[in-house]
Ligand binder design. Structure first.
Ligand code: NTF
Length: 830
């Protein structure tokens, strides 16, 4: 049949396109059409990148139809919408995800092959959308995909950073940060929506207006205004059933140029305002688990919060008479405290702009918001100096004081709180140069507050939010994280997906918990062998990349022992490196023993200002250089640091792991999500009882996961006792020798004292329990060495891991949020 592009109009004059055909012929024709008329190339002259763009545009056309359908359906059903406010969306590449979810992977592959173009090659040219730092941002991306896949009408709101997460290079072993430029060639996935733009104010004054016969009201006259302009990206759900919207805000000056200044010769001054405005959305702050504390960061937070709320309100008023039923129609999830200023901003909009009384505004606000906490690290908790807050957001500051007064009065009058208890729940930290505590603000402004794993939620109740939890005992609940099986199994590991489909049919693709049906195949030698063969292929692919990028050859027959994540002291890459050095030592001293070959692989970025984390990267590289070149280890051990860890690299690494390192100091990793991706792809975990590892243990069973080390409460106990590493080091020769080797400059002869402070911290303090956990870690690693030589046993455990990870799907997380917090989505609406 001939596919025409003349789309008929329906009765209302709305374009009703014919459904596009998805066969390779039609796709090939349309891709070439895009190449010709949108890119301006013909197949003969087109470069790979042109094919990528043409393919993206052809796929995007197909998404559009589903997108409009979803939007029409939500509008018709009038159900509740979920708005996910997040400073970060760490999406990665989008083409493979879109065509996978639309069922177009094979037809597109076939269509391109007719022109001698390989889908797998052009996919690699798409830049990662790296609008996030790590776990928190990647979780937001998994949640967007899962909302679209489970039928939740979800809207992501965030910032369209011009420069996403920095590109990492390693120069002489050290991290170098380079700007990331994902938008330089344009972004074919996004649509600019000039009609959805809002003014955002900063600074200025608040005055009280008293009109005769009316209550007084506050009017904020900002000194500065910028424009927030929306860019929309479609988020395609599984089987394309639903397409949701990710709306990212870009800042622009109201006047692009000050013509008066320009005409009078001040060419730079004429652009000052526009530069200042655009600076707001220029760069992603690269600090993970650490509060940035800069004014620009607070501007970013308020900018995207206010724009999102104005947008939510405008849409609500298009469909409803007024805002009193806002909470019935919209649930707003605050992803960590970065958008917590929204609580004050919604109050301002309700009271100052829409004429609500305080009490009703507060009721609506609380009923609308909910808040997810992602870390307990004190250095990560956001608190802003009052003077800065007041200068930038004077009206919001007034509102925060008023909220605080209400909460404190309630605590004192109804619950008899004394001064000490009041200070603990106050939104204002008086002890620390007077600061606004954003966690407290998010907590009191929300009807539900959640942690991201069972352990983390318990610790939230006992630590950061102990006092607020006592005051509002029903507010905190747990929502254990999950990962999307589309990106992290189907797309990242087509080999394993194919094998599972052969074994149990495709049902698990629609309901990942059905993957449990392969569990009994752990006993089937033939299945284990095929499972191991898939792993081997994935390891070979990674080995090739390591060979190409780093000129290091690694043996795919060795254990691939992998730790990839942000570099942080609490994640303890240092412990892993020390174990590598100890092993190196032992292999050299006992060449006669039967060592199991291992490749230790690291990747991850350090915050540019985090000195210790950068030293750890340097150490990993220095140690790798020495060990990999030492003929005495006979390739029994390799240490590799792969630069520039990002989502695309993770998609190659996760399926290639035998062993997943999840070794944070217990009590400090809120959940972890890499742990889930690895296990889903059949890696065994060596880990502490931390974050979601605890629940993984419950699901996979204690025979199939390798847990070691102090528990969270033991860590807390040792810290109270001011534990130091010295006595442990004195009694543990392997540890001592490894540390001596580092201190001696063995790995850094050019600068022997490079790692002195890293090592002396262990002697003096051992805050992260590296010495305390070393022996247990070493013993567990050696047990794993032994197990690896029993391939039948190892592979059976690997199969159990894959089979039992279905529960860790972000579809399950999203269903729980929808049911317990948002009261939205298909289950609720029937
Ligand atoms: C991270 N937090 C936690 O460190 C991880 O354990 C967790 O899996 C993810 O959040 C997702 O919940 C952060 O990234 C931040 F920024 F809050 F520190």
């Amino acid at each position: 049949p001939v596919q025409t592009h003349e789309a008929p109009l329906n009765g209302n004059g709305v374009l009703k396109p014919e459904p596009r055909l998805n066969d390779p012929d039609t796709l090939a024709r349309q891709i070439v059409e895009k190449l010709t008329y949108s890119i301006g190339k013909n197949p003969a002259s087109a470069r790979k990148y042109d094919w990528l763009r043409a393919t993206t545009l052809a796929v995007r056309d197909r998404i559009m139809d589903h997108w409009f359908e979803s939007a029409d359906r939500f509008a018709e059903e009038g159900g509740k919408r979920v708005c996910y406010l997040s400073m970060e969306f760490l999406i990665g590449r989008m083409l493979r995800d879109a065509i996978n979810n639309l069922g177009l992977t094979e037809p597109v592959r076939e269509a391109l092959s007719r022109y001698g173009v390989e889908l797998d090659m052009i996919e690699l040219l798409e830049p990662d959308a790296a609008l996030g730092n790590g776990g928190l941002g990647r979780l937001a991306a998994c949640f967007m995909e899962s909302m679209a896949s489970t039928g939740v009408p979800g809207y992501g709101y965030g910032i369209r950073y011009v420069h996403g997460f920095f590109r990492q290079e390693i120069a002489d072993g050290a991290q170098v940060e380079l700007p990331e430029t994902w938008l330089v060639h344009g972004n074919p996935w996004e649509f600019e929506r000039r009609n959805a733009s809002y003014e955002i104010g900063f600074g200025g004054k608040v005055s009280t207006i008293q009109e005769p016969g009316r209550p007084s009201r506050q009017v904020w006259r900002p000194a500065e205004r910028v424009l927030a302009v929306a860019y929309d990206t479609p988020m395609v759900g599984w089987r394309g059933r639903q397409v949701n919207t990710l709306r990212l805000w870009s800042a622009q000056a109201l006047d692009p140029i000050l013509l008066d200044a320009f005409n009078s010769g001040d060419h730079i001054g004429a652009l000052v305002e526009s530069n200042k405005a655009e600076a707001i959305t220029r760069v992603l702050y690269p600090a993970d688990s650490h509060q940035a504390g800069q004014e620009l960061r607070l501007r970013q937070e308020y900018f995207f919060s206010s724009a999102s709320l104005q947008d939510i309100i405008r849409r609500h008023l298009e469909e409803n008479d007024n805002l009193s039923n806002l909470a019935d129609k919209v649930a707003i999830q605050l992803n960590d405290t970065h958008p917590a200023v929204s609580v004050a901003e919604l109050m301002r909009l309700l009271i100052d702009v829409h004429g609500f009384e305080w009490d009703e505004a507060w009721k609506i606000t609380r009923a609308t918001f909910s808040y997810t906490n992602h870390t307990l690290l004190p250095e990560a908790l956001e608190h802003w100096p009052i003077h800065l807050f007041e200068r930038l957001l004077p009206r919001q500051m007034q509102i925060i004081y008023a909220i605080n007064t209400g909460i404190i009065r309630e605590a004192a009058q109804e619950h008899g709180y004394d001064d000490g208890q009041v200070a603990a729940i106050s939104l204002i930290d008086e002890g620390n140069g007077r600061r606004v505590r954003m966690g407290q603000l998010a907590f009191v402004g929300s009807h539900a507050v959640n942690g991201v794993s069972a352990l983390h939620t318990d610790l939230m109740k006992q630590t950061v939010f102990r006092d607020l939890h006592a005051l509002y005992p029903d507010r905190i609940q747990n929502k254990t994280n999950g990962v999307t099986p589309r990106r992290w199994l189907m797309e990242a590991n087509p080999g394993l997906t194919g094998l599972i489909t052969e074994a149990i049919g495709p049902g698990f693709l629609d309901d990942i918990e059905k993957i449990i049906e392969i569990d009994h195949l752990a006993d089937d030698a033939g299945f284990r062998e095929r499972f191991a063969a898939v792993k081997r292929q994935n390891k070979e692919r990674l080995a090739n990349i390591i060979g190409e990028r780093m000129a290091t050859s690694v043996d795919p027959g060795a254990i691939f022992d992998i730790q990839v994540k942000r570099i942080h002291e609490y994640k303890r890459q240092f412990l892993n490196i020390i174990e590598a050095i100890a092993l190196y030592d032992q292999i050299r001293s006992h060449p006669e023993r039967d060592w199991t070959p291992r490749v230790k692989i690291f990747a991850g970025k350090a915050a540019p200002s985090y000195v210790q984390a950068k030293e750890i990267i340097h150490l990993a590289n220095d140690v790798g250089r020495v060990i990999n070149a030492d003929p005495a280890v006979r390739d029994l051990l390799k240490v590799v640091f792969i630069p520039n860890y990002n989502v695309s690299l993770a998609e190659i690494i996760m399926p290639a792991a035998d062993l997943s390192e999840q070794i944070s100091t217990a009590g400090l990793e809120a959940s972890g999500t890499g742990n889930m991706k690895f296990a889903l792809n059949g890696a065994l975990t060596i880990g502490t009882l931390d974050g979601a590892n605890v629940e993984m243990l419950e699901h996979v069973g204690e025979d199939n996961i390798f847990i070691f080390g102090l528990t969270a409460s033991e860590v807390a106990q040792r810290r109270r006792e001011a534990h130091s590493g010295r006595s442990i080091i004195d009694n543990e020769p392997m540890l001592r020798e490894a540390l001596d080797a580092i201190s001696s400059g063995l790995f850094c002869p050019d600068s022997p004292s490079r790692f002195h402070s890293l090592v002396s911290n262990l002697y003096n303090n051992d805050w992260w329990m590296i010495c305390a956990d070393f022996r247990a870690y070493w013993d567990t690693q050696r047990a794993l060495d032994g197990l690896y030589t029993q391939q039948d046993e190892w592979q059976a455990k690997a199969v159990h891991n894959t089979a039992r990870m279905g529960w860790f799907s972000s579809d399950r997380s999203i269903r729980e949020y929808a049911r317990d917090i948002w009261k939205a989505g298909p289950d609720r609406e029937g």
